[in-house]
Design a protein around this ligand. Structure first.
Ligand code: PGA
Length: 247
């Protein structure tokens, strides 16, 4: 497989290296179209990205962003929304042109139409240059959960309990408040990005990381489809890399 793997001593070093990588891509291509994740893992990355923007002037003014997913029924102003997560951790702190921020609207009246709108916006932007991803403990990417079949394009998903638990911190630590459904880029939406960087940290990700890299392609491990992508960089800390056959 075409996957490049980097193992870092810790999550802090990984976050710095990923922020440096994005800053470098941004220098080379000021109009970079970035796909962005949420969750716990990217927090360090966003912290470093903000630091680089402040200290080294990383320039987002001509860049465009598309986030992977959003909770269904949740508007962009709601504190638990991914949109607010991104405001808190990145958008508010960088010089991105607000018109270039693209997000799925979880409160859209017609979710199917909203998904189509998002696909059209990605096409109109010329596609995603660099998609940054995390991986769920169950092997999901975006919110493409393990299942008997996977969906190609942006669609409504039902979240697994494990995924809702992982998101409880956005909802006052109360898993019952985490929405049961979400909107997510589909597998093909993600795989069409020109390059992909996936980050994973911690021992609880070791099993899905090794299944993603060394296991069979299976809809039960959506991340395994990244094996088909020509340009994937997997960034891990030592704990997440523990199960890999080659390091
Ligand atoms: P986490 O989520 O970073 O909170 O573990 C990763 C993901 O679900 O993609």
């Amino acid at each position: 497989m075409m996957v490049e793997i980097s193992v870092f001593a810790g999550a802090g070093q990984l976050a710095m290296a990923l922020a440096d990588l994005v800053a470098e891509r941004l220098r080379r291509t000021p109009t970079l179209v970035l796909g962005l994740p949420t969750g716990r893992t990217p927090l360090g990355f966003y912290r470093q990205m903000v630091r680089i923007a402040r200290e080294a002037g990383a320039d987002f003014s001509r860049a465009t962003t598309f986030n992977l997913d959003e909770f269904l029924g949740v508007g962009p102003e709601e504190p638990g929304s991914y949109r607010q997560y991104m405001e808190r951790h990145l958008f508010r702190h960088i010089n991105i042109d607000r018109r270039h921020i693209h997000f799925l609207d979880g409160a859209a009246q017609d979710p199917a139409a909203e998904c189509e709108r998002y696909e059209a916006e990605i096409r109109a932007a010329g596609g995603i240059d660099l998609q940054v991803l995390g991986i769920g403990g169950n092997g999901h990417i975006g919110f493409n959960e393990p299942a008997g079949s996977l969906v190609a394009r942006t669609h409504v998903v039902r979240l697994q309990l494990q995924t809702r638990r992982a998101n409880a911190s956005l909802w006052g630590g109360d898993v019952t408040r985490v929405p049961r459904r979400a909107l997510s880029m589909g597998m093909a939406t993600i795989l069409h990005a020109r390059s992909v960087v996936l980050m994973a940290t911690g021992a609880e990700k070791a099993a899905c990381v090794s299944a993603m890299v060394d296991g069979p392609l299976t809809t039960r491990m959506p991340a395994s489809f990244l094996q088909l992508h020509p340009e994937v960089h997997v960034m891990l800390d030592r704990a997440a890399a523990r199960g890999l056959r080659r390091k």
